[in-house]
Write a protein that binds this ligand. Structure first.
Ligand code: SF4
Length: 374
């Protein structure tokens, strides 16, 4: 905890806030890309401490939230099959599909297991050669390397009853899509530090130049966030638009070469649909032809599933930064963590979950009784 507390020091936070106040002269809208950053901001009230000129817009960087409904429905269809062991990280179990979630499938007899690593799923496959074991491989560039390694190990060990339902997404194409949107108000980005610890920063200078937007690689503790904001505001006030690394203790410009090598081997870039947003070109990964035999979508026939989003849910606008969660009419009333209408209300990185956890008591019209989060 010692090192974490160093990055939560109130005096240092006060100094950074004073610097931001002294620098800002006009309104700026910054987007924090990652849902982990959103939770830090809302939990510590950072957005409420900033000068009124600085607005924080919450971005689409919650991997659970952007996993498309059709992939969730495919996961539900596969998990419900006899003979299948469906393995997933815990926060996918409550994500609503069209008419149920993985918890419901488990309640109806499906063998759905929470694992803490894709290698756990691989072990289950080795121990159960008569069962088909499927791992739900979702997430950004951060979670992709261990998932890729599990596939490499499955191939090396000849574990043929293991497969992966892949829905990986990439951050830079999402930034490009946000900047190309006619409704875009974002003037600067706090880029997700953990993504850059894997990928490095090479993809960002062209984005910053093309859209004339500062991009500051930012960490996840309160002082990290304030430092990212301070540097972004300083650039905006000076009329600059460069890439800065404010998370140098974890991020090197070249990223993690070993992780990049395994990603290059196992995945290939593909167009990917983002829940509530739509298809973003070249924004995802799928298994490369060398590893396609481990693709759960090819192994199980799950085509032709019809999906339907609840009409009330405005998660797509939340994920694009067009709406704050407490501006959604369903927030805290018909939509709670116990009765979620969208994934952003159940994910530990979802913006709606963050507002429910830390802001519902100050939101007019929301009952004061707590509904558990997660
Ligand atoms: S509060 Fe619920 S219904 Fe509204 S956008 Fe968030 S998840 Fe969707």
């Amino acid at each position: 905890m010692k090192y974490l507390e160093d990055f939560q020091n109130p005096e240092l936070a006060g100094g950074l806030l004073a610097d931001i106040r002294a620098t800002v002269t006009r309104p700026w809208a910054l987007m924090e890309v990652c849902g982990g950053q959103t939770h830090t901001i809302i939990r510590h009230g950072i957005d409420q401490l900033l000068p009124k000129e600085v607005e924080l817009i919450h971005g689409p960087g919650c991997p659970v939230c952007v996993t498309p409904l059709e992939v969730i429905d495919r996961a539900l269809a596969i998990a419900a099959r006899p003979g299948v062991v469906f393995c997933s990280f815990g926060d996918m179990l409550r994500v609503p599909g069209t008419d149920r979630d993985l918890f419901r499938v488990r309640g109806e007899g499906g063998d759905v297991r929470v694992v803490y690593s894709p290698l756990d799923a691989l072990r289950i496959a080795r121990e159960n050669p008569d069962r088909e074991v499927v791992f739900f491989g979702i997430g950004f560039e951060t979670t992709a390397p261990p998932n890729a390694m599990a596939v490499v190990q499955a191939k090396k060990q000849g574990v043929r009853n293991f497969s992966m339902l892949v829905s990986h997404v990439r951050v830079p194409p999402a930034i490009e899509a946000i900047m190309n949107s006619p409704d875009c108000r974002v003037q600067g980005f706090l880029a997700a530090g953990h993504v850059c610890s894997v990928m490095g920063t090479a993809e960002y200078p062209a984005l910053a130049e093309r859209h004339r937007v500062p991009i500051v690689v930012t960490g996840f503790e309160p002082l990290d966030i304030l430092e990212g904001i301070r540097r972004t505001v300083r650039q905006l006030e000076r009329g600059e638009h460069t890439v800065e690394n404010a998370y140098a203790r974890a991020v090197r410009p070249e990223g993690n070469p070993a992780a990049l090598a395994v990603l290059e081997d196992v995945f290939e870039v593909t167009d990917r649909s983002w829940r509530g947003i739509g298809v973003i070109p070249r924004s995802g990964w799928q298994l490369s032809p060398r590893y396609r035999e481990f693709d759960a979508e090819q192994r199980f026939d799950v085509a032709g599933i019809r999906t339907r989003e609840p009409e009330q849910c405005r998660a797509g606008e939340v994920l694009q930064g067009l709406l704050k969660p407490d501006q959604c009419e369903a927030f805290g009333t018909t939509c709670t963590p116990r009765t979620p209408l969208g994934a952003t209300m159940v994910s530990s990185e979802g913006a709606c979950a963050a507002y429910y956890l830390y802001r519902r008591l100050s939101t007019p019209g929301v009952p004061r009784e707590a509904s558990p989060v997660g």
